[in-house]
Design a protein around this ligand. Structure first.
Ligand code: HEC
Length: 829
């Protein structure tokens, strides 16, 4: 899994279908699946071993939900920590992780019963990101933090996966360590791969997964719950001599760097004696030429024997992945009626929004699938076909449903649209947009009463291009207006037909969405919206029946449910607090957070006060132990500038191609600008100019010309001496320090580096920090950044960097900042 929505492309037409594997059509769904036990207790993050995120509690139903209210809000977590885990409830206690600690709370009041601190270090708590385990900071990996994916409870213990590759069992009543083992390689190293999901406890076994082994291959691992000794481990890529290895090149070790990581908890069927895992994409993501073949068992559902770890069957959802179509949300087990017979099913969501429904005894599709030809790229050695469920509908958009039509007339000028998510990334043409593969991270839910799966996905278009360097994962493209075409899709899919029954288009969320789904026997589906409300939908129709403003729009979180003393509760984490709801709860809602307004021009990202623009910019990416570079001829740097009227602006060309920049309103042009040439233009009239390169009209930039008297902007007119100047000077010092210590990960334009580092400017960033102060931002940066070396700069430098971040995020201050004045600056714009 790398970033979720950018690539490059080649367009061909495709048609027809290949082999169809047909099974009888499922007719209905059994409501009494023994796996669906979550009611009083919710002892695993998904509620039950089948990971259905369903509660059979029905006290809160479509009628009574009107009187649902907040029963309690916990005290804030220690050290300002935030969390996105799903709490679990077992034996009258609620367990969760936040920052460096595991918490046990009273589920009727939120009172802290005990805490266990796993990190001996500074006690500093880095925040989670919406990207889950993958993006957890280097600090976390060195400091043995709970992995921010949640815990499992059972047989008197709480099982915790740790960022250094340890699994810890705590006594559920006291929080004392019962056992602590590393599942990582020996001898243990500080920067070990982390436990990459919440553990699942079933049949006396702790099922966990490690991000990768010493090479770079995903691992499923089973431990004995009593003492933690290892029962078995399964590598997700077959080694030489093992079946499946023939799907990798035989003359290279590309399989050893193939990733196939497991990012989500296992689903377990103790009756069948099988544990199911979904695997991620192959690495290097876009460099398919290094690994011709289907690359087993990447992007696959794996059924392993729970006693031995032997592979019983597999089903691959994407062959030879070059799109990052991981199985990126947890599998769910469900029961289906097929021809009057109960069939045990396992559901796997592909990141392009297609749901695959397989027989969990055999791996054969319950809804038939077919291999369909897809667009080819000889460079990336694409697979000729990819599987699709016959008659199935994507919860996003696709050529299959041809609702890609909704984008046909709206894409930014200079681009072309390809409706297949399997549009390969290519070098040329460099202007193809295709549906993104955005059904990720947030768990889906299965409701046996309706027979529907509920799922959230991020719909939108991605720029499909790649670098020549197979190791470079090209992302971070600037396309104005593209974000306006994105939305969050919330959908119900019928398990009997694989068709979308109802769908909601919600405003786009920062990152991968605002959270996963919970369904209940009360006929309800719960989901937190990006605007900070927890919503209850009618499970059958999708009508909104209830809303409650929690006042938090940060990292994603998924609700759960439990019963205690005859009361049903719905609970979820919101940032640094737990909220729990029950009928008659009387804690009032919080004020709605102010959401950053979308910009009219469609441009997003920081605006630089600069008077020179360079065609072509250098992108940088970390790959294992090296840093790789890519010169992007089709972007300008800075992408958005602000100048005072009358300022001469110089266009230079750092790249290898000739460009000709021109305002889209036709008011000016640079004329042909060959490599190494510069052209200077003066902008007299205030206004906002969008410009493109006439030769490569998918290259965009923006110049905002402001009135001469505006302070801050660069150029003619000068800024008033005194008050304004010193904040600007401080920010300028911060800019230099940022370039030195931060830009390697967060990028020079602050836009982040996919999953390696989040953006530190723009809408997503501000939404994340909404409601917090510049003082909180200072604390976060000073105590956790740069990752791996926190608190390594002096206080002044950190202050300067915060001033710079405030400036680019358009939250300027009147005076030079100090530690006190920072606290008074709210990050809401
Ligand atoms: C080695 C890569 C790396 C470097 C260098 C680095 N960061 Fe980060 N940064 C990350 C990662 C990964 C995260 C996400 C995990 C976390 O929040 O701890 C992050 C998170 C952040 C966040 C929180 C973003 C949010 O939305 O919550 C801020 C702010 C930040 N970094 C600022 C900085 C500053 C300022 C510097 C330079 C002093 C810096 N970082 C250096 C990798 C890096």
């Amino acid at each position: 899994m790398k970033n979720y929505n950018r690539w490059a492309a080649l367009i061909l037409l495709l048609a027809g279908a290949l082999g169809i594997s047909v099974m009888a059509k499922p007719a209905s769904v059994t409501p009494d699946d023994p796996l669906l036990a979550a009611k009083q207790e919710w002892s695993l993050v998904g509620g039950d071993p089948g990971d259905t995120h369903y509660s059979s509690s029905s006290q809160i139903d479509t009628q009574s939900v009107k009187s649902l209210g907040a029963a309690w809000v916990s005290k804030k977590f220690e050290d300002g920590a935030t969390s996105r885990v799903i709490p679990v409830v077992k034996d009258g206690l609620m367990f969760l992780t936040a920052g460096t600690r595991v918490y046990a709370l009273d589920p009727t009041s939120g009172q802290v019963i005990w805490t266990y601190q796993s990190a001996s270090g500074s006690g500093v708590a880095p925040g989670p990101t919406d990207l889950g385990a993958f993006a957890y900071s280097a600090f976390a990996r060195e400091n043995a933090l709970p992995n921010n994916e949640g815990v499992a409870a059972g047989d008197g213990k709480v099982f915790v996966g740790v960022t250094t590759g340890h699994v810890i069992a705590l006594d559920e009543k006291t929080g004392k360590v019962a056992w602590n083992h590393t599942i990582s390689y020996e001898p243990p190293r500080s920067m070990a791969p982390q436990v990459s999901a919440a553990p699942i406890y079933a049949d006396g076994i702790v099922f966990c997964n490690l991000e990768s082994d010493e090479a770079y291959v995903g691992l499923a691992i089973a431990l004995d719950g009593k003492d933690g000794h290892e029962l078995w481990r399964f590598h997700t890529i077959p080694a030489p001599g093992e079946p499946g290895h023939e799907t990798w090149p035989q003359n290279s070790n590309s399989w050893q760097m193939g990733a196939s990581n497991i990012w989500h908890p296992a689903a377990v069927d103790p009756d069948l004696g099988l544990v199911f895992y979904g695997t991620g994409s192959a690495d290097p993501i876009q460099g398919g030429e290094l690994r011709p073949g289907n690359n087993l068992y990447t992007n696959s559902v794996l059924a392993l024997d729970i006693k031995t770890g032997k592979l019983r069957w597999y089903y691959q959802l994407t062959h030879h992945d070059i799109w990052d179509t991981d199985i990126a949300i947890p599998l769910a087990l469900y029961n289906a009626q097929v021809n009057g017979r109960t069939r045990k099913g396992v559901a796997a969501m592909r990141a392009d929004g297609y749901l695959f429904l397989l027989d969990r005894e055999t791996g054969k599709p319950l809804i038939p699938t077919q291999e369909r030809p897809v667009i080819q790229s000889s460079l990336s050695k694409t697979s000729p076909t990819q599987p699709y469920p016959v008659g199935g509908e994507s919860v996003l958009v696709s050529g299959e449903n041809s609702n890609c039509a909704e984008w046909k007339d709206k894409i930014p000028a200079g681009f072309v649209l390809s409706c297949s998510a399997f549009t390969p990334s290519t070098l040329d043409p460099a202007n193809v947009l295709a549906p993104s593969v955005g059904v990720r991270v947030q768990p889906m839910s299965f409701d046996p009463q309706t027979g529907y799966f509920y799922v959230q996905g991020a719909a939108g278009l991605a720029w499909r291009r790649r670098a020549k360097d197979p190791y470079f994962f090209l992302n971070g493209a600037h396309v104005p207006g593209l974000s306006k075409l994105s939305y969050t899709s919330l959908a119900a899919i019928d398990s009997r037909t694989d068709k979308v029954v109802w769908e909601k288009q919600l405003p786009p969320a920062a990152g991968l969405g605002s959270g996963g789904m919970l369904s209940t026997a009360g006929g309800l589906v719960f989901h937190r919206r990006e605007d900070g409300t927890l919503d209850a939908y009618d499970a059958k129709t999708g009508d909104v029946l209830w809303k409650f403003q929690i006042g938090y729009v940060g990292s994603s979180a998924t609700p759960m449910s439990y019963e205690i003393d005859g009361q049903q509760y719905i609970a979820m984490i919101a940032g640094s607090e737990v909220w729990s709801f029950r009928l008659g709860g009387s804690i009032p809602p919080r004020p709605a957070p102010r959401m950053p307004a979308p910009s009219d021009s469609g441009f997003v990202g920081p605006i630089a006060d600069a008077d020179s623009i360079a065609a072509a910019s250098v992108m940088q990416m970390n790959w294992v132990n090296s840093v790789r570079y890519y010169i992007d001829d089709y972007s300008v740097n800075p992408y958005r500038i602000r100048v005072k009227a009358g300022t001469p602006v110089t266009f230079g060309n750092n790249g290898s191609e000739t460009h000709e920049f021109a305002a889209v309103d036709g008011s000016w042009t640079t004329g042909p600008l060959s490599p190494d040439m510069t052209v200077t233009l003066t902008f007299d009239k205030p206004g906002s100019y969008t410009y493109i390169c006439k030769k490569h009209p998918w290259t965009y930039g923006q110049i905002i010309v402001v009135d001469k008297s505006t302070s801050g902007a660069s150029g003619a007119g000068g800024s008033a001496p005194g008050s304004q100047g010193s904040f600007a000077d401080q920010a300028a010092r911060g800019k230099a320090a940022y370039a030195q210590s931060c830009s390697g990960c967060h990028m020079a334009d602050l836009s982040g580096n996919g999953q390696a580092a989040p953006p530190v400017a723009g809408t997503d960033f501000l939404a994340h920090w909404q409601g917090r102060t510049a003082g909180d931002l200072f604390d976060k940066i000073r105590t956790t950044m740069p990752t791996g070396n926190p608190a390594s700069l002096n206080k002044e430098t950190y202050l300067n960097i915060v001033a710079y971040l405030l400036q680019v995020n358009e939250v300027p201050a009147a005076k030079e900042l100090n530690e006190d004045t920072l606290k008074a600056i709210s990050l809401s714009k």
